[in-house]
Design a protein around this ligand. Structure first.
Ligand SMILES: NC(=O)c1ccc[n+]([C@@H]2O[C@H](COP(=O)([O-])OP(=O)(O)OC[C@H]3O[C@@H](n4cnc5c(N)ncnc54)[C@H](O)[C@@H]3O)[C@@H](O)[C@H]2O)c1
Length: 330
């Protein structure tokens, strides 16, 4: 742990910045940037920016933030003032906030997903960070889910046999929530090729339709279906992995997992069937805390980032090409 805690600026003081944790006890795992920084002795919340006065003042008081302002310029911050900048503003202003953050030359930027709304500005900003030696991490949160880390190892070791097919259910926009699904699938399946996409539906944001799609694994043998739900009905982010030796289901965004292993059928001689389902508590609630630990390890010991800007850019580009293909098909 560094003797002096890393100073942090948070841009945007809504839910993911700290709101998700304002009514939670410090004994519970953090679900927000501020909630995770204050639980880690290696960071200090130095400043925050938020145009909504009441929200900003409540945020600054709750999290003990020393300096706050309605807009970035009003901070009059000089380059090098902050070690870390968290970007938690709405997605359509990420490009402006990333550019400003880069000008402040922090050691690390932790940006909410997606990097920006368009791949051109995202590519440019990722490149600028690389050129200036600023580390960029992006919060595709399941990159820090330890249950998924274990599952990946099991799959790589052959515990579940061949991956036959995948269905990912999501809603609230291809880029917004679909990005979490595509990022998760890129980890579990590896590089994928888009076969077709259709049925673009504006269920959440005017510029970000939720779409249906079929992709395949790199060898063309594993189909991957993106299956849309509608944001107005209920929150839905679930995954089903059909494998040679059983079926794995991620439920409620990773809060729980259901495992069913293939067994000899008790009724039909010579057949195999799925055994009883085992419900296991997931570890999704640990992700924000682990993300902040990872940022600290990166700053202090150069540990690799769980989700770098380059990785997030690949996810964003894939989301945009899936979405564009659906729009063109409709
Ligand atoms: N990783 C995740 O699981 C996850 C979850 C929720 C949200 N997000 C992402 O986080 C971002 C914010 O989402 P949210 O749900 O917290 O939204 P929110 O609306 O709760 O918070 C955004 C805040 O930014 C403020 N803001 C608006 N314009 C600003 C400006 N110019 N400068 C500074 N602040 C400004 C708003 O007033 C608001 O308080 C989005 O990009 C979203 O995609 C990610």
């Amino acid at each position: 742990m560094s003797a002096t805690p890393y100073s942090v600026l948070i841009i945007g003081c809504g839910n993911i910045a700290g709101g998700f944790d304002m009514a939670r006890s410090l004994k519970q795992p953090p679900l927000s940037h501020a909630g995770a920084y204050v639980r880690h002795a290696g960071f200090r919340l130095a400043a925050c920016v938020e145009p909504d006065d009441a929200r900003r003042i409540a945020f600054a008081q709750h999290w003990g933030v020393e300096t706050h302002a309605a807009e970035l310029q009003a901070l009059r911050a000089l380059p090098g003032c902050f070690d870390v900048i968290s970007i938690c503003s709405p997605t359509d202003v990420h490009h402006e906030h990333l550019a400003h953050a880069i000008a402040l030359r922090p050691r690390l930027i932790f940006c909410e997903k997606p990097i920006t709304s368009d791949p051109e500005s995202a590519s440019r900003l990722v490149r600028e960070c690389q050129e200036l030696g600023i580390s960029l991490a992006v919060n595709y949160s399941r990159r820090w889910d330890p249950f998924l880390d274990d599952l990946l190892i099991q799959m790589q070791e052959g515990r579940w046999g061949r991956l036959r097919s995948v269905v990912g259910h999501y809603s609230k926009g291809m880029l917004n929530n679909g990005g979490h699904m595509v990022d998760l699938l890129r980890r579990l399946v590896g590089p994928m090729t888009l076969v077709s996409a259709a049925c673009a539906e504006l269920d959440f944001c005017e510029s970000d339709p939720t779409v249906a799609a079929l992709l395949t694994s790199e060898d063309g043998r594993t189909p991957v279906y993106l299956n849309p739900a509608h944001a107005r009905d209920f929150a839905f982010f679930e995954l089903e992995l059909v494998c040679e030796f059983g079926v794995i289901r991620m439920l409620t965004g990773g809060m729980e997992w259901q495992l069913r292993e293939a067994i000899p059928s008790p009724q039909f001689n010579g057949y195999r069937t799925l055994g009883e389902s085992k419900l296991i508590q997931g570890r999704y609630l640990e992700t924000m805390g682990r993300a902040i630990q990872n940022l600290h390890a990166h700053l202090a010991h150069n540990a690799p980032l769980g989700c770098s800007g380059e990785e997030a850019l690949l996810t964003q580009k894939m989301c945009i090409s899936i979405q564009q293909s659906a729009i063109n098909a409709d």
